[in-house]
Design a protein around this ligand. Structure first.
Ligand code: PHE
Length: 477
């Protein structure tokens, strides 16, 4: 059994977890969601959720990894046995594996777009281009299944290579080179944005809070984003947590991860919006913010092609360090359960996710409308997959919080947390009640039909259900 691998250094888990957390979620999704939802108020809710719900669940998920020292599926199997709970809790592992697989499938396609833009920028193809040309260029990329498949393949193959080399030679060494480089690039882009853009407008857009601006949808998107950005609820953190040294402090590490992840999102937001405002462009472009608005801003600025190219390299690096954390939990499971070699396990996971990714590729062109997915779910295959992960991630987080909060004994948790009783009680209150309540709320709202007063009602019902379930968990513990 290879379950007892441990990171080389006490601090490596931090590096790995930050690598997983910082990704397209920070550089692409966070800025465009903030742009669409009017700025500061969105950020306030996002930050509150990170600190009140995200950090406690991050601790819980790492704890489950460290106590079991196995991949999420095998680890949960072990924990349900040793804690005599229902085997149904093993579904935390399965759900995680399913989410990792689904996220990887579309994550790789979108990261592939960044590959395309790195190329366009560095070759200077967009220098001086006007808005119509740049947006037509993006449309042309989306219209080409061949091109998108090519980039998707390159990206996922490279990620697979790193994971295939193992947690020390592959993941650790890769992260040790990539992460510092990413921080340097981010700072360079920020400085460039401050010099060439309008940082004052960006700061006031990002940090002026007016809660009234925020729609219910915006609230929920902010909460969903805080799960996505911390890589919570799907086993990535649990898988990395299985390798964390017994001495590392879970609380301190989780706070550091959340802090760095949030800081990166803020700095990226500040840099991107400085450029966008400086060029007099719109903030509410949606997913095209990074691929249309930003290239347009770079097109007219001094050294824009070079800095733009470097920026997209940053996006790529951040995406790779996240995608490897999507491969790891499933690969580790295949190795443990079926005695496969690591390269075999990685190949199986990646080839399957690659094939699944083709559904996302065609969702932007030949299957953009009129498919079975549209008939059944009123959306494209890509949008359906994204919706599924939006449900699976909070659900996984909810179950992780419940399991860690109710099934683990006080002694175990005290030992894992290694802190005083006050923090133990606070943490346990957060994972037993606050997290589950908040997550149920987000979760319910992802069901489009549930609107208006139905939400609070169902939410309250769910909380009661969760409470009842938890009591059973505790009895069986
Ligand atoms: N946190 C990553 C990001 O922000 C996405 C991710 C989600 C990675 C879940 C791993 C697991 O891009």
């Amino acid at each position: 059994m290879s379950g007892h691998n441990v990171w080389t250094h006490k601090g490596t888990f931090l590096l790995a977890a930050v690598g997983s957390a910082v990704g397209l979620g920070n550089l692409w999704r966070f800025p465009y969601l903030t742009g669409e939802n009017g700025g500061g108020a969105f950020i306030l809710i996002y930050a509150l959720t990170i600190f009140a719900v995200g950090i406690p669940i991050l601790i819980a998920e790492t704890m489950l990894g460290r106590t079991s020292r196995q991949s999420p599926i095998m680890g949960m199997r072990h924990l349900t046995k040793t804690h005599k709970t229902s085997r149904a809790w093993e579904s935390i592992g399965w759900l995680g594996a399913a989410s990792a697989f689904l996220i990887l499938s579309f994550y790789s396609v979108i990261a592939g777009w960044a590959l395309h833009y790195t190329w366009l920028m560095l070759t200077g193809s967009l220098v001086g281009a006007d808005a119509a040309t740049i947006s037509a260029g993006f449309d042309a990329l989306l219209a080409s299944p061949g091109l998108m498949t090519l980039y998707h393949t390159l990206f996922i193959a490279f990620s697979a290579l790193i994971v295939g080399m193992g947690i020390h030679k592959g993941i650790e060494s890769g992260l040790r080179i990539m992460m510092p480089a990413l921080f340097v690039i981010l700072i360079v882009v920020l400085i460039y944005g401050v010099i060439n853009g309008d940082v004052r407008a960006a700061a006031s857009f990002l940090f002026t809070f007016n809660i009234a601006d925020l729609s219910l949808e915006g609230w929920l998107q902010a909460m969903g984003q805080s799960f996505f950005t911390l890589s919570l609820g799907m086993g990535a953190i649990m898988a990395y947590g299985a390798y964390i040294s017994s001495e590392a402090s879970l609380t301190r590490t989780a706070i550091a991860v959340a802090f760095v992840d949030t800081a990166v999102a803020m700095v990226a937001g500040l840099a991107i919006f400085s450029l966008v405002f400086g060029a007099g462009l719109e903030t509410g472009q949606g997913p095209g913010l990074m691929f249309v608005t930003l290239p347009l801003a770079f097109a007219d600025m001094p050294f824009g092609a070079l800095v733009g190219g470097v920026f997209f390299i940053l996006v790529l690096g951040a995406a790779i360090s996240s995608s490897i954390s999507l491969i790891e939990p499933v690969a580790a499971f295949l190795v443990e359960r079926f005695d496969m070699t690591r390269p075999q396990a990685v190949t199986i996971m990646v080839v399957a996710a690659w094939a699944m990714g083709l559904l996302t590729v065609v969702s932007f062109n030949i299957w953009a409308e009129g498919t079975l997915f549209h008939a059944l779910f009123g959306r494209s295959a890509f949008e359906f997959i994204e919706l599924l992960t939006n449900i699976f991630m909070p659900l996984g987080g909810l179950m992780i919080a419940l399991f860690a909060g109710w099934a683990l004994t006080q002694n175990e948790v005290m030992k894992e947390l290694g802190t005083n009783i006050t923090w133990f009680k606070t943490w346990r209150f957060l994972v037993r009640f606050v997290g589950p309540a908040a997550v149920s709320f987000v979760f319910l709202r992802t069901i489009p039909q549930v609107e208006g007063y139905v939400v609070p009602t169902l939410g309250a019902l769910l909380i009661v259900g969760v409470f009842a379930l938890s009591q059973r968990l505790r009895k069986s513990a």
